[in-house]
Ligand binder design. Structure first.
Ligand SMILES: [Zn+2]
Length: 373
């Protein structure tokens, strides 16, 4: 009688903590010193699905794959912002055009970094666009956000964004201390995705060029073409660059992301197909990838990442976990975007949901967030 919970044997506490999802583990470790020291470390690399923004709510909902539940977090910083994510950090674009990076919003140890705002993007037309989109505040000015490294892991990190100015899909680069974004000059085409890979940023544009930008070299404002995708692989609605768990560069093609409705509006039609290719930049060659073996890829408005399968945490092998990546800011889509999500099985081309509910937002649909403890 009267036995203290803190007196439970450390082995038992350790066992109890083993199968907890990151959220419950964090709560477990917060109970007391004994529980903290007995529990396994918070080191899960299972991503969270940050659900769409609900107007007026200071809390944000996160869908947790391991426990299949929704965890709510008080996050006034992301309220009514448009969000992107990279390496566990969330980029928020506010209605006041301000940009912030927020570390690991699901953890108790959050950290915020302010970036130059949208008006500091290297394009005079951005301001016009901002005025034009005044009803939304931020419009779809930024479409991708990629970190070279987590700012808590390296002080000499870089931030790359894909933004829409006088041309769609331009590249903007920032490093700590800069007062504004630097334009990265690329061939006159629409950049669809960007990745930090083997020390450089690589962008993929809509004509299939892979461009390299050495953000740490003497000409960080230039991107050079290093590969061109074969013509027969073009014509896809969305393309992604992902680094595989073995270090190779993958191009992922996505089809069915949107269709044109009868009213002539673009509307999400539902993704039905993916293809994966491995690119060898040294030999300038490519090959189709039939299986991802024991890894899966996480794609969407986040910077893409691979993950090794984790049966304990319900991550399936050889799959593509995708979220809606099409933001239609027209007033015709009242609910907003977000419903084109699922798990694509590379083996047989079937798709199943990862989140059973509905989560749409006109400005901030669901995104994957990598944990970063
Ligand atoms: Zn959970």
């Amino acid at each position: 009688m009267g036995r203290n919970w803190a007196d439970l044997p450390p082995e038992l506490l350790g066992l109890c903590s083993q199968d907890l999802c990151p959220n419950d583990l964090s709560a477990f470790r917060a109970v007391c010193h004994t529980w903290r020291s007995a529990a396994v470390e918070e080191s899960s690399d299972v991503p969270w699905l940050m659900l769409g923004d609900k107007t007026g709510e200071r809390c944000r909902e996160f869908f947790c794959l391991p426990c299949q539940r929704i965890h709510k977090k008080l996050l006034p910083q992301v309220k009514e912002t448009t969000c992107f994510s990279s390496r566990g950090w969330v980029l928020t674009i506010g209605r006041d055009w301000e940009l912030h990076m927020l570390k690991n919003p699901m953890s108790r140890h959050s950290h915020i970094i302010k970036l130059p705002n949208l008006e500091k993007l290297p394009d005079a037309e951005v301001e016009d666009l901002l005025m034009h989109h005044h009803a939304y505040g931020y419009g779809d000015i930024i479409v991708k956000f990629v970190l070279s490294d987590s700012p808590t892991a390296s002080v000499d990190y870089r931030v790359m964004v894909i933004f829409n100015g006088h041309n769609s899909g331009q590249l903007g680069l920032w490093k700590p201390g800069d007062k504004e974004w630097t334009e990265v000059i690329t061939p006159d085409s629409f950049n669809l995705d960007v990745i930090f890979y083997e020390g450089c940023f690589y962008a993929l544009n809509d004509v299939g060029d892979i461009l390299r930008c050495n953000a740490y070299g003497p000409t960080p404002f230039k991107a050079k073409r290093v590969f061109t995708m074969p013509r027969e692989l073009m014509g896809w609605e969305q393309m992604y660059l992902v680094q595989s768990t073995t270090g190779s560069l993958l191009v992922v093609l996505r089809q069915g992301q949107w269709v044109v409705s009868r009213q002539g509006q673009y509307k999400s039609g539902g993704t039905f197909e993916f293809h994966v290719f491995e690119i060898n930049l040294k030999t300038k060659s490519w090959k189709g990838v039939k299986t991802l073996k024991n890894t899966s890829l996480f794609l969407g408005r986040n910077s893409s990442f691979p993950l090794e399968v984790d049966e304990k945490h319900h991550i399936k092998p050889n799959c593509i976990y995708f979220t809606d990546d099409f933001l239609d800011i027209s007033p015709y889509t009242k609910d907003g975007e977000g419903d084109d999500m699922g798990i694509y099985h590379l083996e047989d081309g079937t798709i199943e949901p990862h989140f059973q509910g509905k989560s749409c937002s006109p400005h901030s649909p669901p995104i994957w967030i990598e944990p970063n403890f």
